[in-house]
Design a protein around this ligand. Structure first.
Ligand SMILES: Nc1ncnc2c1ncn2[C@@H]1O[C@H](COP(=O)(O)OP(=O)(O)OP(=O)(O)O)[C@@H](O)[C@H]1O
Ligand SMILES: [Mg+2]
Length: 235
């Protein structure tokens, strides 16, 4: 049984249908990359998986339990965390306060332990722990967002464009972080504008276009597919 299974999902905003009959799955400890043009519905799919949008039809199951129609706070409790594309930190709170918000479901002691683990994983956050997240660089902010999402030790982490707006060097750093998170056993479903790089790292990937599944396969298969390359990888 896959960790996450999305089948035949149709969803959107109000009467506007964005996703049509979309299906994807994520196995335990896998990195799955979701790529596709702007407006394809990638973020909409992430929001639907995380319970921010309710599908009109179709099913979503997590660890073999149906979760469509459940609210984000329930889904978090099942072991899935989500880092949105925008507004993914509390800018007026310090790094430490942000981490604590991520660990809101934990008791004091466990929250301290998890915070320590986050600092070990992202040493830069420890140095900056008293700094407001709003005063940090884009890359550091992304670390705060990922660190907060990892506080609850999810089995699945949803990342929507973790490298957006970062310099090439920071993109590499964030991708290394994602690799290490995955190496610790966490499955990752990520949306990336940096399609090539993300497919190189991913075990599998999906191309979404116009709200529908277009291509899927291993990262390697998608990279080698001439149609995928021409249409979605810029040559
Ligand atoms: N809150 C909203 N209300 C209404 N329509 C929305 C909303 N958010 C997104 N849309 C529309 O849904 C479609 C898909 O948007 P979505 O954000 O899922 O695309 P995306 O694939 O993530 O694009 P990008 O690569 O630009 O982030 C777009 O046409 C967008 O205008
Ligand atoms: Mg998006």
């Amino acid at each position: 049984m896959p960790l996450l299974k999305v089948e035949g999902v149709t969803a959107g905003y109000g009467d506007m249908e964005i996703l049509r009959n979309v299906g994807i799955h994520v196995e335990a400890a896998e990195i799955v990359s979701l790529i596709g043009p702007n407006g394809a519905g990638k973020s909409t799919l992430m929001k639907t998986v995380f319970g921010l949008l309710t599908p009109k039809s179709g099913t979503i199951s997590y660890q073999d339990r149906p979760i469509h129609g459940r609210k984000p706070h329930d889904i978090v409790g099942l072991g899935m965390c989500y880092v949105p594309q925008v507004d993914n930190v509390f800018t007026s709170l310090t790094v430490e306060e942000n981490l604590d918000m991520g660990g809101y479901l934990l008791g004091d002691r466990e929250r301290r332990e998890r915070r320590e683990a986050a600092y070990e994983f992202f040493p830069r956050l420890r140095e900056r722990r008293r700094q407001r997240a709003g005063q940090m660089s884009g890359g550091e902010r992304q670390m705060v967002a990922m660190g907060s999402a990892l506080m609850l030790q999810p089995q699945l982490l949803l990342l929507d464009e973790p490298s957006a707006g970062l310099s090439p060097k920071l993109v590499d750093e964030i991708f290394d972080n994602i690799r290490s998170i995955n190496a610790s056993g966490v499955a990752v479903l990520m949306v990336e504008q940096n399609a090539k790089k993300s497919l190189e790292m991913a075990h599998r990937g999906y191309v979404l276009a116009n709200g529908e599944n277009r291509f899927d396969g291993t990262g390697r298969e998608l990279l080698a597919d001439p149609d995928v390359a021409r249409l979605y990888l810029g040559g």
